[in-house]
Design a protein around this ligand. Structure first.
Ligand code: FE2
Length: 199
C-alpha cells in the first residue's frame, strides 16, 4: 500500500535567509511536517479513508476524526506552504492576479494589510489564507490545521502562523514575520498559477 511521504523542500534550508532561517526550516520541515506525515499514516491504518487522496481525507475526516483531520490537513497545508515560498520571492504580482486582488481589496497595499491583519488577529495557532470561493477572492484565518478546503474554498496562498513557523527568527513578532513573508518570501508566480486554475 502507499503511504504519504514527506516531500523535499523545493530549495535549500538556508535559501530563504535572512527572512526564514535554516534552523527554522530544519525544525519546521524535518520535525513538525514529518510528524504530521507519520501521524497521518499511523491514523489511516485505523480508518476507512486509507488509500484515498489527501484532499479527500482532509475533507471527509473533518468533524468526524479530529486526530486524523489535524494531521492530514497539516500535511496538506505544509506541502503547499513550502511551494508558496521561493528564494526569489516577493516582487511584482502577475497582472491577472494583481487585477483581481485590486478589484477585491481596492489596492495591493490593502490586500497585504488585510492578509497581515487577519494573520495577526488569529488567536493562537493557525493559518491565514487567500482563497478562491464562490467565484471570488477572500482572505480568512483558520485555527490549528483547518484550511479553505473545509470551507468550500480553494487555497491560493497560506501562511503558517503557528509559533513554530516564526518564533526562532522573530520571537513573538508575528506582524514582522507576516511582513517578511509578503514582501520577501511569497512566490507570486506559484500563487498566480493556482489562481489560473480557478474561475
Ligand atoms: Fe507549521
Amino acid at each position: 500500500m502507499s503511504k504519504f511521504e514527506l516531500p523535499d523542500l523545493p530549495y535549500a534550508y538556508d535559501a530563504l535567509e535572512p527572512h526564514m532561517s535554516s534552523r527554522t526550516l530544519e525544525f519546521h520541515h524535518d520535525k513538525h511536517h514529518q510528524a504530521y506525515v507519520d501521524n497521518t499514516n499511523a491514523l489511516l491504518e485505523k480508518s476507512d479513508l486509507k488509500g484515498q487522496d489527501l484532499e479527500d481525507i482532509v475533507v471527509k475526516s473533518h468533524n468526524k476524526n479530529q486526530a486524523l483531520f489535524n494531521n492530514a490537513a497539516q500535511h496538506f497545508n505544509h506541502t503547499q506552504f513550502w511551494r508558496w515560498m521561493s528564494p526569489k520571492g516577493g516582487g511584482a504580482i502577475p497582472g491577472k492576479l494583481e487585477k483581481a486582488l485590486t478589484a477585491k481589496f481596492k489596492s495591493l497595499e490593502d490586500f497585504k494589510k488585510t492578509f497581515k491583519d487577519t494573520g495577526v488577529g488569529q488567536f493562537g495557532s493557525g493559518w491565514v489564507w487567500l482563497m478562491w470561493k464562490g467565484g471570488g477572492l477572500d482572505v480568512i484565518s483558520t485555527p490549528n490545521g483547518e484550511n479553505p478546503l473545509v470551507h468550500g474554498g480553494r487555497p491560493l496562498l497560506g501562511c503558517d502562523v503557528w509559533e513554530h513557523s516564526y518564533y526562532l527568527d522573530y520571537q513573538n513578532r508575528r506582524a514582522a514575520y507576516l511582513d517578511a513573508f509578503l514582501e520577501n518570501l511569497v512566490d507570486w508566480e506559484a500563487v498566480a498559477a493556482g489562481f489560473e486554475k480557478c474561475g
